[in-house]
Design a protein around this ligand. Structure first.
Ligand code: ADP
Ligand code: MG
Ligand code: ZN
Length: 479
């Protein structure tokens, strides 16, 4: 008997907020310090200390909530989530249970067919825990409390995702929105952005949810997708062989590409949530919400649509620009100096992006200004240098910070369009390639492209390719 199943996934994303100080104390909030140097009696949970909410963390959380189309609760409170672990010195985590900062939002994702709305159940503030460091030499575990009290916002979706691919697309869409908000470095490698994935399956047509398992320990979006694929398979196998899924938390092992049981899943009541008596509830003035809303940046999806409309770009080109907010800003600066926006997009998404990847630099770190890039594009368009030489000019500009005019002069790269100079090269190439010449004569003009390429090489990239092509065709038909 074959049975068709539907996959159901819900994601919980934890994002560290890049406030100057921690969420309930004055310790600096930075990554990478020597262990246990950014700690104080409050974040170490010493008796008699009291937490004070960091206003910036709350404002960032409101910003995230608004960007996710959520409702901001006008009345919020903090709750204690009680559990024991060595990285949690107080024996409880300050989190938000029934009155989170934000609830009932959504994120639109693109699927291969159309757009899909992924519900955001809630987004709440909480504090991060410390970090255990396993020391193999000493055969022991050490604990670093620097991370304790780092502000986190946890973003929880409704169980609206229907495949590991959708989960992957959602994560990329969400991350881009969060990057635009500039509230976190969103760096998964540093642990600034972490994702737990909940998954279940159910027979198609059934409305009740199946029993879920929760996956932890994925250190990339790719790993979230692979882990979910593995887990969906496992659920099917268990169910089809007559077994039952037990609700539990599993660790994803990326090297072995499999999940390992960690603990049976606790229920909310196991945590004995109760309001933190040290932090009275907060009312959030609607004026504060309006203020944050007014300061929201243009979000990626809106920018994408505007770029397509305003600059006549293809969806692909606009998409590549928008993926990097700084590149999108750079693009618009260029367009203020040059009306050929598509050319600008081609250069940014092609040659410039290639240099960024090779140099592992963001666009703002490159020695490139919008004015200089536009000058280079114009030099190519006006035939001062060939397209090929233009790429070389770009490299030299980035190495030296010089203007394209300076580089072109220094390197003697001015394009040769002079007929007599080019004719000498053409003669040579034609003599060297009799078979290709024969093909062209037999009515295969496309073969001329090969000769143009050879001639370009010979000229050191300096020849004007259009001119070359004309000369080659003329020379062969006259022969
Ligand atoms: P818990 O109390 O176990 O953390 P929540 O109700 O808070 O569960 O949900 C946590 C995440 O799990 C949410 O993203 C939610 O959408 C998702 N989820 C809940 N039930 C299921 C299920 N049966 N299958 C898949 N995902 C689920
Ligand atoms: Mg949960
Ligand atoms: Zn502290």
């Amino acid at each position: 008997m074959s049975q068709e199943f539907e996959t159901v996934i819900g994601l919980e994303v934890h994002l560290q907020l890049s406030t100057k100080t921690k969420i309930f104390c004055g310790c600096v909030n930075v990554f990478g310090s020597a262990p246990n140097t950014n700690v104080c009696p409050v974040c170490l949970g010493l008796p008699g200390t009291l937490p004070v909410l960091n206003q910036q963390a709350l404002l960032y959380a409101i910003k995230v909530g608004l960007a996710l189309n959520a409702q901001i609760n006008p009345f919020i409170k903090f709750d204690r989530k009680n559990y024991y672990y060595p990285d949690l010195p107080k024996g409880y985590q300050i989190s938000q249970y029934d009155l989170p900062v934000a609830k009932d939002g959504f994120v639109m994702i693109k699927t291969d067919k159309n757009e899909k709305r992924i519900g955001i159940k809630r987004a709440h503030l909480e504090e991060d825990a410390g970090k255990l460091v396993h020391d193999d030499r000493g055969n022991c575990s050490l604990v670093d409390y620097n991370r304790t009290g780092t502000p986190l916002i946890e973003i929880v979706t409704e169980p609206d995702l229907r495949s590991p691919q959708e989960a992957y697309d959602y994560l990329n869409t969400l991350k881009l929105i969060l990057q635009y908000l500039n509230v976190s470095d969103c760096d998964m490698e540093k642990g600034s952005l972490r994702c737990d994935a909940n998954v279940s399956i159910r027979p198609i047509g059934q409305t009740a949810l199946g029993t879920k398992t929760e996956l932890k320990n994925m250190n990339s979006f790719r790993a979230v997708k692979t882990g979910l694929e593995y887990e969906v398979c496992r659920h099917k196998q268990v169910i089809l062989s007559g077994g039952r899924i037990i609700q539990e938390t599993l660790l994803w092992n990326d090297e072995k590409a499999m999940t390992i049981a960690m603990r049976s899943k606790e229920q909310a009541h196991d945590y004995r949530y109760f309001s933190d008596p040290d932090l009275v509830p907060f009312t959030i003035n609607y004026k504060v919400i309006d203020q944050v809303r007014a300061e929201l940046p243009e979000l990626p999806q809106i920018k994408l649509e505007r770029f397509i409309k305003q600059y006549g770009l293809s969806e692909y080109d606009a998409g590549v620009l928008v993926i990097d907010q700084a590149v999108a800003v750079f693009f618009e600066h260029c367009c203020q100096h040059y009306e050929q926006s598509k050319k600008v997009a081609n250069w940014l998404n092609g040659a410039v992006l290639k240099e960024m990847n090779e140099r592992k630099m963001g666009i703002s770190e490159l020695k490139l200004t919008p004015v200089n890039l536009v000058a280079l594009i114009k030099a190519v368009e006006n035939g001062v240098v060939s397209n090929l030489a233009g790429k070389e000019v770009l490299k030299a500009m980035l190495d030296s910070g010089k203007t394209p005019a300076q580089v072109i002069q220094d390197k003697g790269l001015v394009q040769v369009s002079d007929d007599s100079a080019l004719m000498a090269i053409v003669e040579e190439i034609i003599n060297q390639n009799p078979t290709v010449v024969e093909q062209i004569k037999q009515g295969k003009p496309s073969a001329a492209g090969f000769l143009v390429g050879q001639a370009m090489k010979k000229s050191g990239g300096k020849a004007n390719p259009k001119k070359l092509s004309e000369l080659i065709i003329r020379r062969i038909s006259n022969a």
